[in-house]
Design a protein around this ligand. Structure first.
Ligand code: PMV
Length: 299
């Protein structure tokens, strides 16, 4: 039937705060999942190479495709690591819609991908699918159950070293953990979530964030708050410390935490590339696995 690409995302600011209505800022990554659908007349979808329960979730999402295509073979390949906070389920949703020949514009694609993503996450915020559809940087204001409002974000000229460690928890359990913390101490947790939202606003404005030094400072401020919500791990702390001592202006986790995605901010590409070498050596020495490491220009 066709082949379609869906891109991954990197949340820069606002993770967890977005669950409580605060804005989030992120970028679309170049890393993608490519979905190939070959339609047939089999009784069910075949997903070579995929294990349960992932295959079963994907089968359910295929039943929700517009036009209800005949079941066939679905192959997924690409450069985006799965389940570490780079939005692989959103990338799959946009990729499979494009593979199925979805005819709409970006907003229609976002709406359709958001509907499909309910199969993977009971109540997706729409942030990952929005970041997957729109190129560049965005600021998103959650409006559940509707899609968030989205505007392009103007980020300062900077380079990011983007990496991921294996995850020790799922997004669902980390989100539940914050809910439990908030039930116990609502005034402290709400104040932190509010500050995280305000850091998103600051990062998306060149007046408050004109350069890589300011962006790094905001990243460090957000990381302090995320750590105070117990979202970091010793391995992640070690990676972020290595980035800070190798020239980063600031560094933080990205996404739900518990390991997973992270980034450091740099003034130039050479600085980010040199920090990548130092980080790899540090993690290797400590026998910490790394899932992904890449340098990204943001403006
Ligand atoms: O699952 P991740 O790591 O891509 O990021 C989830 C971001 C959260 O704010 C923790 C959850 C959400 O739905 O916004």
């Amino acid at each position: 039937m066709g082949v379609g690409r869906g891109y991954g995302k990197l949340l820069l600011f606002g993770e967890h705060a977005a669950v409580y209505g605060h804005p989030a800022v992120g970028i679309r990554l170049d890393e993608y999942l490519e979905v190939e659908i070959s339609c047939g007349s089999a009784p069910d979808w075949s997903l070579p190479g995929l294990d349960e329960p992932e295959a079963s979730l994907i089968r359910t999402s295929l039943e929700g495709l517009p036009g209800s295509p005949e079941p066939g073979v679905v192959r997924i390949r690409g450069t985006l690591p799965m389940s570490v906070g780079f939005g692989s389920s959103a990338a799959f949703c946009t990729g499979v819609l494009r593979a199925a020949g979805f005819p709409g514009d970006s907003l229609a694609l976002w709406e359709a991908a958001h509907r499909l993503e309910h199969v993977f996450h009971g109540t997706p915020s729409g942030i990952d699918t929005g970041l997957s559809v729109y190129p560049g940087a965005s600021i998103l204001y959650p409006k559940p159950p509707a899609l968030p409002d989205r505007a392009p974000a103007r980020l300062p000229p900077a380079w990011l070293l983007v990496g991921a460690l294996p995850r020790t928890s799922t997004t669902a359990s980390l989100v539940t953990g914050i809910r439990t913390l908030r039930d116990r101490d609502p005034s402290r947790v709400d104040a932190i979530l509010c500050e995280l939202g305000s850091l998103s606003r600051d990062a998306a404005s060149l007046e408050t964030c004109p350069d890589a030094a300011s962006l790094g400072r905001l990243a460090d401020e957000a990381q302090t708050r995320l750590a105070s919500l117990s979202l970091t791990t010793p391995e992640l702390d070690l990676a972020l410390a290595a980035l800070r001592t190798s020239g980063s202006t600031g560094a933080k986790l990205s996404g739900a935490g518990g390991g997973g995605a992270f980034f450091g901010v740099f003034r130039d590409e050479a600085g980010a590339a040199s920090a990548a070498r130092i980080l790899r050596a540090t993690l290797e020495r400590e026998k910490i696995a790394i899932v992904h490491l890449t340098v990204v220009r943001i403006a």
